[in-house]
Ligand binder design. Sequence first.
Ligand code: C6P
Length: 422
Amino acid sequence: MTTITMPQFTVTQSTALDFAAIRADFPILNRRVHDRPLVYLDSGASSQKPQAVLDAMERYYETTHANVHRGVHTLSEEATAQYETARARVADFIGACCPKEVIWTRNATEAINLVAYSWGRANLRRGDRVLLTEMEHHANLVPWQILAAQTGVDLDFVPIADDGTLILDDLDRLLTPRTRLFAFTAMSNVLGTVNPVKELAAAAHRAGALVLVDGAQSVPHMPVDVQDLDIDFLAFSAHKMLGPTGIGALWGRREILNAMPPFMGGGDMIREVHLHESTWNELPWKFEAGTPAIAEAIGFGAAVDYLNSIGMDAIHQHEQEITAYAMHRLSEVEGLKILGPGAGQRGGLVSFVLDDVHPHDIAGVLDSLGIAIRAGHHCAQPLHERYGIPASARASFYIYNTKEEVDLLVKGLHKVVEMFTF
Ligand code: C6P
């Protein structure tokens, strides 16, 4: 155990990470909210950004900004080089064979929609089936509902057990001969459940289905290697992994992406345009119509560099420790029930409900103490229905969070209980 002093807290951690240095990299952690030091426990919704990411984007605008792939002048060539280097870094980060398998999107949601619109409409027919799970975020549910309504595709769902894990006993039956895609989250944004991606992908492939993994909550928090997992598509967002908003990525197998029609039409995604017909650019640009989010891509590359400099194993280890600690401490709060599985089976977040107190009231009281958590259905309404609750409160952790912040959360929750007990 080491004790270190950080700008706002004295921290005791068992991992070898230099928390003082890490926290000092995030300027926002110095701010106060309602005259208290900010305790940011909402990284599951969107993470904070280190100075390196802010600097990379500012430097780009100050020195290099021009449109990409279009100019022959120096600035455009430099901007293009930086933009494509960022793609290569992100590709490397997830173990992709090559940058052309990484399509920039606005976020994970757009990445999943891209597959539903392009691959789905080209390949699925009435009577085909798409398998999802009951724990999906709306981003991996609604695009398939829209597709189902338009094409007559049927949706099936892997159920969830009371403990927040998937019930896999019937998986082979759910993977019918008509199932063309199994799309599931690697980690639930509500339950924290980490799903066995490799096993699920292998089962889907045995049944002849492709595999789409929603990596919005896994890619930021644990090592992810698309080739080792043997999946077909991976969707994720930069803003949840220390990068900027407005950019995310779809990774897909080259041969599948090559066979897919474009998602949107316009500049950059074409090879030749005539008045009545056009031909398409090669990967990845075939799927990137119009001027892209250049500064954001560069910021995404810087975020990945920052994560690599700490190491994804170390990040995962830290989150495992802080989550186990949080579950232990939260169980002391009277009337508090934690959703989801035990500490060993989940990632870095804990959702909970408190007897007779609405999650919005919990979040409101905590906010008055400078503590930011999320309350609501977290864009996973069917999951909340499954547990018979309208909403939950959620604390989610990242590399900059400390056990002392968990202690402040627990102290705040005791205050909530006190205020709402009559
Ligand atoms: N979940 C949360 O607070 P976007 O909005 O496209 O960056 O990410 C969508 C998304 C997809 N899948 C999962 C598992 C997610 O958790 C999210 C985003 C945030 O839980 C915002 S609702």
